[in-house]
Structure formats: structure tokens, C-alpha cells
Design a protein around this ligand. Structure first.
Ligand SMILES: Cc1cc2nc3c(=O)[nH]c(=O)nc-3n(C[C@H](O)[C@H](O)[C@H](O)COP(=O)(O)OP(=O)(O)OC[C@H]3O[C@@H](n4cnc5c(N)ncnc54)[C@H](O)[C@@H]3O)c2cc1C
Length: 481
């Protein structure tokens, strides 16, 4: 997986270029189960379905560089929560199933037809930017309102109404690459070998990578939605039109991390996990710093700020010349926080990475979440996995994990290979016994999802499948690349 890419050398050693958090921490059953199975620790940072890290450790800074009080900060959350709830209620009431052309921006506009004070608007704009643009990688006029507000989606945060204590987010000790290295142990993995052609038929598959042709019985392809849209792989025969149409409709969001290494710790950031910089309307499209993570204990040596950019701003910023980027970031941090200790600045470049082409997938206006299901459907011996094939969880590491298990499950025909019968996609209610999976250490019972929430048992089945399928695939098919 790409976005599980840690920087091992240079000034930013130890920082993740891509995925960092285990959203939902120990409640994120797919990832937490894998971590446990492979003996990798997770460190709790807290947080909820809005933001990573505890709310008490969010430092919000006004446009004038002043720190918002705890009461002002909490008020901003309430303001955003009520606006979002009104938008959600409006979307649920007013949008029919075929209103695919309505964006989140349209819904906000129609649901909130009153004027906020200037201060309120600035607060709302900041939350909107972080919660939508940096969360999906696309501006709110591009996001499908049906997908955002009406379709089932799952996160792993405790239901607050149940009065349970939230675990919040965690991160993987040593970075996600620790898990990836353990998962990869003993497997024949070829790096720097881009696949350019995939031939598939009833007789098997043939993959061309770096001039070499690898043959197999079946294939699981996990290239991102962005990489597939870029058509860097030739399929023979061409993929069917239902798959290509879904691929065309889905979007690949853009998110960049601006990493800032400071030469010294900043007293004002003591006890702070995340940092929010409120922006005026004029600063919105221009200023680079709006939301950053600051957590000394995650980075061993010098302190590093990780700042997020989303949507077009991420794409544009990736192209800024290194010196200019450093100058801009230094100026902004100096004027908002009085930080004069910027030593080095760099930016991740996922949007121009030819094998990724963005950060993660999203459902744009004129798409439907059913397009994720179409991406998941196999074509003969060609199977598809990756976060962009997972309707209930897309955009995250856990989606990639679950999708891999689902594809392995399909491939192995453990349940006659029928997508509707794969537990994650089954809509019926009731209690069912999971199929017996050879080698699976856990006995799983599947409880159907109803509202769309995955039960722990359901995902535990998935984790069993990951483990079992690795063994069975190798036994049945030999090595699959
Ligand atoms: C900046 C950033 C921050 C993120 N933060 C988080 C986070 O905190 N928590 C979280 O859960 N998720 C996070 N994510 C999302 C997460 O990283 C992805 O959802 C996840 O990595 C998707 O995994 P995947 O296997 O589906 O796809 P990918 O990670 O894209 O893996 C696909 C692989 O296919 C390879 N590939 C593509 N084309 C070819 C080809 N032609 N030949 C050979 N190989 C090819 C790619 O090189 C890549 O290695 C973040 C992503 C980014 C970019």
C-alpha cells in the first residue's frame, strides 16, 4: 500500500508521508485485529469522528494570532455540528435517490438560509475546510450530497448516545510500515516493477511487469481509482463498460501534507496535539496553514508540524518550488504563532505520483456509492480490491484491508463467490454462522448490519479471512503477484 509510506531518512525520518492514524483506534477492528495478530502496538491519541487527538488539545488561533478560549473553541464545534445536522436533515428529507447531481455545497446553501455573524462564518469555514476538503480531498461543490449524508458509511467511533467512552484515534508504533513489513514476510514481492498489461481469460491471467510476463490462475488488482483512471495498465480484453463507467464517475481526492521541522520546541504548543488556524475569506485559497498536527512524542528527534491541505489547494501547493514553499510557510507560522524556528519544509506529492494519482477515493457529484460496488465486482479471473472498492469504508487503510479480504474471499469462492453473499455487503438482518475457514484461529459469528454499522464480529470474520486466505491462496494457486 502506498500511503503506508514512512520517511526513513533525512530531516523528516519517522514521519508518515501517507496514512498515519488508525481511525477509531482499538475499535477499528480490521486494523486493530491485524495489529494484534502481527504483534504491532498501537498508541492512543484520542479524538472522535471529527478530529484526531483530543478536543482539549486543539489550539485554535484567530486571524489575529490570538488563542481562542476553550469556550470559544467548543462553541465552534457546536456551531459546526448544528449546521451539519441541519444539512443532513435537509438532505435526508429533500433528496430523492436519483438526486446524484446535488453537491454538499448545494445542500449547505439550501439548508442554511440565514446569515451567520462574521466570526461565526470564519469558524464554520474552518470546520468545513478541515472536515470536508481535507477529509475527502475535494471541495464541497464536488462532493455528492447523497453519498455524504444519505448513504451508509461506517466509522469505528463508539456511539456517544450509548454513553460509552470513546477510544478515539491511535497510531501504529513505528509507523504503518512496521505492519506492512510483517505482513510481507516470506512473500515474493517485487518492487519497482510497474505492471503495464494484464491479460485475462478463462484459462488464467498473464501480467506484464518490466518486460517480464508472470502467469497465474487469478489476479487481485489493488491499483487506486486514480491510477486506474490514468489508464497506465492495458487490459486485454478491455474492462467491461459497467466497470469503466463506475471508474469514470468516481473521484480521487487530493490531500498533501506539508511537513515543517522546527529547530526548537514552541512553548505555546506545549500540551497541544493539533493546531487550527482560522482564515479570512481572502486567506482561504491562499494560506497554506489551516490544520496541523503537533505531537512531540510521535517524532523522536526534532519537533515536526504536519499540516494538511486538501482538494485543489493540495495539487497547487505540490507544484510550489521548495524555497518558495519554505518562505511562505515560515511567514505564515511566524505571523500566526510567532514561530521563527522553521528549519526545513517539504511537501508530499501524491497527486503526481503516477501509481497513485491522489490521496484516496470519494463519491463526486453525478456518481453513486453503488459505483464502489461495481469497482469491487470481479471480471472473470480478475479480482479487484483497494480502498476504492469498499463502499462502507472507502478512503482509509481499514477499507483497503477489508477489501483485500473480500477479494480473497471471492477468489477462493468460500461463499460461492457471490458479492451479495459476502457478509460486508449483506443487507439482511438476523444471526448467521460464518463459514468455516481452514486455518482461521477465531470462531466468528456474523451479525448483519442493519443501519450500516459493522459489528465487531463481522469484521473479525474478515480478519480471519485475511489470515486464512493467505495460506489457502498460496496452497491452491502458488504465488499470485
Ligand atoms: C496524505 C495521506 C494521509 C492518509 N492518512 C490516513 C490515515 O491517517 N488513516 C487511514 O486509515 N488512511 C489514511 N490515508 C488513506 C490510506 O493511505 C489509503 O486509503 C490506503 O493506503 C489505500 O490502500 P490501497 O491498498 O487501496 O491503495 P494504495 O495504498 O494506493 O496501494 C496501491 C498500490 O498499487 C501500486 N500500483 C499502482 N499501479 C501500479 C502498477 N501499474 N504496477 C504496479 N503497482 C502499481 C501503487 O504503487 C501502490 O503501492 C491517507 C492517505 C494519504 C495520501
Amino acid at each position: 500500500m502506498k500511503a503506508l509510506s514512512s520517511i526513513f531518512e533525512c530531516a523528516f525520518a519517522g514521519v508518515e508521508e501517507g496514512a498515519h492514524w488508525v481511525h477509531g483506534g482499538t475499535e477499528n477492528v480490521p486494523v486493530a485485529t491485524l495489529l494484534e495478530m502481527y504483534n504491532v502496538s498501537q498508541v492512543r491519541v484520542g479524538g472522535d469522528d471529527d478530529y484526531e487527538g483530543s478536543r482539549d488539545q486543539l489550539l485554535l488561533i484567530s486571524q489575529k494570532g490570538e488563542t481562542l478560549s476553550a469556550a470559544q473553541r467548543d462553541l465552534s464545534f457546536d456551531l459546526f455540528a448544528s449546521a451539519r445536522a441541519a444539512s443532513q436533515a435537509f438532505a435526508e428529507d429533500a433528496l430523492s435517490d436519483n438526486a446524484t447531481n446535488v453537491s454538499v455545497a448545494d445542500v449547505w446553501h439550501r439548508a442554511l438560509q440565514f446569515n451567520y455573524s462574521a466570526e461565526g462564518q470564519v469558524l464554520l469555514d474552518w470546520h468545513k475546510k478541515v472536515s470536508y476538503e481535507q477529509d475527502s480531498g475535494a471541495s464541497i461543490d464536488k462532493l455528492s450530497a447523497l453519498a455524504e449524508y444519505v448513504a451508509d458509511y461506517t466509522d469505528f467511533y463508539s456511539d456517544r448516545s450509548m454513553g460509552r467512552e470513546k477510544h478515539g484515534d491511535g497510531f501504529v508504533e513505528g509507523g504503518y510500515s512496521t505492519l506492512v513489513r510483517r505482513l510481507a514476510a516470506g512473500l515474493d514481492i517485487r518492487l519497482q516493477s510497474p505492471v503495464t498489461r494484464i491479460h485475462y481469460s478463462d484459462a488464467g491471467v498473464a501480467v506484464t511487469a518490466k518486460g517480464e510476463v508472470l502467469r497465474g490462475t487469478a489476479l487481485i488488482l489493488t491499483a487506486s481509482i486514480g491510477a486506474l483512471q490514468a489508464e497506465s495498465i492495458t487490459f486485454e480484453p478491455a474492462l467491461p463498460s459497467w466497470k469503466l463507467d463506475a471508474l469514470r464517475r468516481l473521484g480521487m481526492g487530493n490531500v498533501a501534507k506539508v511537513l515543517v521541522r522546527l529547530s526548537e520546541r514552541v512553548p505555546r504548543l506545549q500540551s497541544v496535539y493539533s493546531l487550527g488556524q482560522l482564515l479570512s475569506e481572502q486567506q482561504q485559497g491562499h494560506d497554506l496553514i489551516s490544520f496541523c498536527i503537533w505531537d512531540g512524542h510521535e517524532h523522536a528527534s526534532k519537533p515536526v508540524l504536519e499540516c494538511f491541505l486538501g482538494g485543489e489547494q493540495a495539487v497547487t501547493a505540490e507544484k510550489i518550488d521548495a524555497e518558495q514553499l519554505k518562505r511562505r510557510v515560515s511567514r505564515e507560522l511566524n505571523s500566526s504563532l510567532g514561530i521563527a524556528a522553521v528549519e526545513e519544509v517539504t511537501i508530499t506529492k501524491w497527486s503526481t505520483n503516477p501509481y497513485i494519482r491522489g490521496a484516496w477515493s470519494y463519491a463526486p457529484v453525478n456518481s453513486s456509492v453503488k459505483d464502489f460496488d461495481a469497482m469491487a465486482r470481479s471480471v472473470g479471473r480478475l479480482h479487484f480490491a483497494g480502498e476504492g472498492t469498499c463502499r462502507l469504508l472507502y478512503g482509509n487503510v481499514h477499507a483497503a484491508v477489508v477489501s483485500g479480504a473480500r477479494a480473497a474471499h471471492d477468489l477462493l469462492d468460500l461463499e460461492e463467490g457471490n458479492l451479495q453473499r459476502w457478509p460486508l455487503f449483506r443487507q439482511a438482518t438476523g444471526l448467521e454462522k460464518a463459514p468455516h475457514i481452514p486455518g482461521c484461529p477465531v470462531i466468528c459469528v456474523v451479525i448483519s448490519m442493519g443501519s450500516g454499522l459493522l459489528s465487531q464480529q463481522r469484521v473479525c470474520l474478515m480478519a480471519c479471512v485475511v489470515e486464512a486466505s493467505k495460506k489457502v491462496i498460496e496452497k491452491s494457486y502458488g504465488k499470485i503477484h
